[in-house]
Every structure is written in C-alpha cells, then in structure tokens.
Design a protein around this ligand. Sequence first.
Ligand code: GDP
Length: 216
Amino acid sequence: MRAGTGTNGAALPFAKATFALSVHDPRELPPPTGPEIAFVGRSNAGKSSAINALAGRRRLAFVSKTPGRTQLINFFALADAGFLVDLPGYGYAGVPGAVRAHWDHMVGTYVRDRPSLAGVVVVMDVRHPLTALDRRLLDWLRDAGRPVHILLTKSDKLSKQAAQRTLAQVARELAQVCPGGTVQLFSSLKREGIDDAASALARLAAGKNKAPAKGE
Ligand code: GDP
C-alpha cells in the first residue's frame, strides 16, 4: 500500500487535512465555506483513531485530546474545500452537569443550524453500539435532517460472525431511527473498512445519502 492511499489504492479522504481552528462557542464558528463532515461519538469509541486512519497519520485528531481541547469543536481544513469537524466526545463518566449542558448547547446548535454541514459520521464501539446517548444524538440528527453514516469501530475485537451480526442489527435499528442512514464495520488497528468509509464520506460530501424529508 502506498502512503496516503486506502487498501485498494484509493486516496485517503483526509490525507491532506490540516488543523485549522478550535471553537468553544457556536458563535465563534468560521464562516461556512465548503461541505463539512462532522465526526462524533461516545468518548473512547475510537473516533480519533478512525480519523487518523482515514488521514493516514498517527496524530492528526489527537489535537482534540490535548488538555483543554476535549470540549471544543476542532476544524481541519480539507485539501479541496470544506472541513472535517471533530466534535467533542460524550458520555465521560463523572462529567459535571455544566459540561454536559455545554456539550448539548454547542453540538446541538451546530448540528441543527450549520448550513455547510453535509453529514455526520457517528462512531460507536462495535461491542457497545446504540447506547442511550447514541440514540439521543441520532434523534437530533434525524430531526435536523442530517445524513448519517455509522462507523462500528474496533471490529477486530469481535469474530467476523459476531461483527456481521452486530452490523445487521444496527442496520435494522438505524432504518427505524434514521431512515436513509448507513453503517459499516471499521478497524483502525487492522485498517479495515477504510475504502468503504472513503466512499461513504464522498457520498455525504456530495449531498447524497439524504434522509427522506418528513412525510416523504
Ligand atoms: P476516542 O476517545 O473516541 O477518540 O477514542 P480513541 O481513538 O482515543 O480510542 C480509544 C481506545 O480504543 C484507544 O486505546 C485506542 O487504541 C483503542 N482503539 C481505537 N480504535 C481501535 C480499533 O480499531 N481496534 C482496537 N483494537 N482498538 C482501538
């Protein structure tokens, strides 16, 4: 495999991404330019590792892990146009109510109002998919009409059969919760699912994969 390419030689979607800015208040968001793809997930689900795998770099998304930045929205400029947007993780144990309220306000406002947001990648640990907080987020995304793609990460932690079973289950539930949403298995460790993710990201950025509007 060449550097900067996926397993079949396709370009890695975030190969040329560069850190642009961090925001801690929805009023500080940069002017909307090209399409934005946001990544979000429960803390420790494997979001940073997935972003790094899709960038072919080891430390890109670890910007978001530096102390003081875990509750920020981090923007990475993409090669062509637009941003990869790393939303703060949720579900940290023992987080004070004020931090949770800030997360709700910041992420809720961003996913509801951001005109340039093309789609949202929700990262879940394949061993613990669709937690109560994941479902709450999916409800928000559906209500905001945002196209959704789910990465079931750490697929290397399950047997192939068990991973396929979880994939089928999550796909069934997703069809109910977020019609039009898509889901795949992913392993940053084994670099599996990168090409599928690259196609899904291209679809989101192109504005396809849209959830049907209410009543459609
Ligand atoms: P984040 O908090 O969602 O950004 O999660 P991280 O990317 O920091 O990952 C959390 C933990 O899971 C770390 O210890 C990673 O090494 C591990 N991890 C992430 N992705 C994978 C994966 O695909 N396979 C395995 N086995 N471990 C992973």
